[in-house]
Write a protein that binds this ligand. Structure first.
Ligand SMILES: NC(=O)c1ccc[n+]([C@@H]2O[C@H](COP(=O)([O-])OP(=O)(O)OC[C@H]3O[C@@H](n4cnc5c(N)ncnc54)[C@H](OP(=O)(O)O)[C@@H]3O)[C@@H](O)[C@H]2O)c1
Length: 331
């Protein structure tokens, strides 16, 4: 591989010719600088990738960029002595497909400070079924446990349960010893949710109540949707339970009051996977490769694609027609 050898990349442009994305031939010297060059084996498709790839959401802060917020593969060259040729590595978030070229390319050039050596216990394929979605779910649990969440406080609710983050949260939380109540708008996926670890599957109407305080029925949970459902989850959380907020699939609003916080001591914890500090990032990946490793990754990986299939995956995802995780296999 030389600086001028062409390879395929799914690149996103926004210029006088409009917002567009697709496969094009690039060379390494066209990618943003970085100490570590890898041959990509896998990436994945997150909601954010679909927004970025179609222009439906404002994700990229500069153009053009290679898409893909996740990447895993083998090192082909590194100017940082921490990495050697042949090492299996991964990066999730950390500016990929936001401020620098991402993982939707046969080769990626990465900043060494964000590259993680694949932990023992995970394959490259498994690491990208997890990707940002699995990292986010595990980071939520990490934060909740730091704030004294234990299984005896009660079941953890997971909203948007059939989505990528939701599915992995269901599996990870149950692996970590919690009862999980999956909240989903897709009753046809009840068997799927039970198969990946949900103790109970509830409709979205379980979080439809509008009063500031309700009977406490959840130990806490992870919310992927925002809006009135998050407010209702807070209102139904037991004293000193934790609710982690990761997404806004329904709304960016939070129509709540201070009551759950000042009467029950409920905590609302933010989860921002992209900017997680390196020491926490390492600890979360160690959990994902061992005691929190989801037991049903093959069930949760509901679709595999290659670069040329990305536009179709984006359309399906934005139309609400997908569930579980989509893995991108580099051809
Ligand atoms: N904070 C972070 O670091 C971070 C990281 C990754 C993702 N996210 C965010 O987390 C959210 C989930 O991401 P994802 O990749 O898992 O997306 P996804 O696969 O598209 O899943 C989203 C799920 O949310 C539920 N949903 C969709 N529209 C809804 C609505 N109007 N009302 C209620 N529920 C609705 C659906 O689940 P059901 O049909 O089962 O209800 C859907 O499957 C997104 O907002 C994403 O931007 C944040």
């Amino acid at each position: 591989m030389t600086l001028s050898t062409p390879f395929n990349a799914f690149r996103i442009h926004n210029d006088a010719a409009g917002y567009r994305s697709g496969i094009e031939a690039l060379t390494l010297d066209a990618l943003n600088p970085g100490e570590v060059v890898i041959k990509t084996a896998y990436s994945s498709v997150n909601y954010k990738d679909a927004l970025a790839g179609t222009g439906e959401g404002k994700i990229l802060r500069k153009f053009p960029l290679v898409g893909g917020i996740d990447v895993a593969g083998h090192v082909v060259a590194s100017t940082d002595p921490a990495f050697r040729e042949g090492d299996a590595v991964l990066v999730t978030g950390c500016g990929l497909s936001e401020t620098r070229d991402g993982g939707y390319a046969e080769y990626a050039r990465l900043e060494a400070k964000w590259v993680i050596l694949l932990p023992a216990g995970l394959s490259l394929r498994e690491s990208m079924i997890l990707g940002t979605a699995g990292f986010t779910a595990a980071l939520a649990l990490f934060r909740m446990r730091e704030n004294r969440q234990t299984p005896d406080l009660g079941p953890l609710a997971v909203t948007g349960a059939t989505g990528g983050v939701g599915s992995l949260a269901v599996d990870i939380f149950s692996r970590a010893g919690f009862d999980v109540h999956a909240i989903s708008g897709k009753p046809e996926n009840t068997d799927y949710l039970k198969a990946i670890g949900a103790r109970e599957v509830l409709g979205r109407d379980a979080l439809a109540t509008a009063r500031p305080m309700e009977t406490a029925r959840f130990g806490g949970g992870l919310d992927n949707v925002g809006g009135p459902m998050l407010a209702s989850l807070l209102a139904q959380t037991v004293p000193y339970g934790n609710v982690a907020t990761a997404g806004l699939a329904a709304s960016a609003d939070l129509p709540t009051t201070v009551m759950p916080f000042i009467i029950r001591g409920v905590s609302l914890l933010g989860v921002a996977s992209a900017g997680t500090a390196r020491d926490i990032r390492d600890a979360v990946w160690q959990h994902l490769a061992s005691d929190w490793k989801p037991a049903h990754l093959d069930t949760i990986c509901t679709r595999e694609t290659t670069l040329d299939g990305l536009p179709d995956v984006f359309r399906t995802m934005l139309a609400g027609g997908s569930f579980g995780r989509t893995l991108l296999r580099m051809g």
